[in-house]
Design a protein around this ligand. Sequence first.
Ligand code: SF4
Ligand code: SF4
Length: 251
Amino acid sequence: MDNRAIRFSCNSCGACCKGRLIPLTLEETKLWLKRGHEVAILLEAFDEFQWGSTRQELAHAKGRAVEVTSGGVPIYVIAVFAGNALTGCQNLDDKNRCGIYDDRPLVCRIYPAEVNPFITLTPASKVCPPEVWEGGEVLFNDNIIDPILTDQIERSRKADRGDAQAKIALCEILGLNVAAWKGNAFTIYMVDREQLLDAIVFYDIMKGSVVRTNWRVRTDTPSLRKKITKTGIVLDDHLEADYIFYPLEDI
Ligand code: SF4
Ligand code: SF4
């Protein structure tokens, strides 16, 4: 075993079920809403020309994104649908047990591993208590070695790619059209549950004939605003923002 071997044994403390947004596949979103729970939508945009990371990371991001336009300029937008567990997941009982354990979302099964192949697992970045990293099975070394976990991560990545068009179309149906600039911030829409359920029904009927929106980008960083404006991409003036703007340094 190499030096990066990481042992992990979950102690069911429930910390990962509180104070977070839980990314969901589209199918998981439907179930989440039908259980009466709230969903948030996080949006981020990028283009190829100002991409600051590797080509491999760009290809990964494009796989999760949809090409749309802003002021006639093509940009990519990623929509993350997430269960709202900011004040604690509504599926968590008072003994910190998951009430939908057998049906819990993929990301709940995957945590604390990373879905993004370009993020290295670091125990310090996780909410798990220190003692859970001191024993148990070796789950991670330079590669994830648990075949069940590997399969769950692959299914999560596949859903990210497969759901991208539908998630962006749902945003457009709902009039959610301001994305933050990837790496700089997120825009977060706290969506009305009934409206999102109705939009999903509408999308299932109208699939393929949803009218494309003119997207806008929100950033409050002066140098970035200048750079983006030069490309012709439309910035949001955010005078009456119906979303939360979440700068990345605050996450
Ligand atoms: S669905 Fe279950 S495992 Fe996932 S955050 Fe909620 S309580 Fe935790
Ligand atoms: S925070 Fe870590 S140790 Fe606690 S329940 Fe979640 S995965 Fe397990």
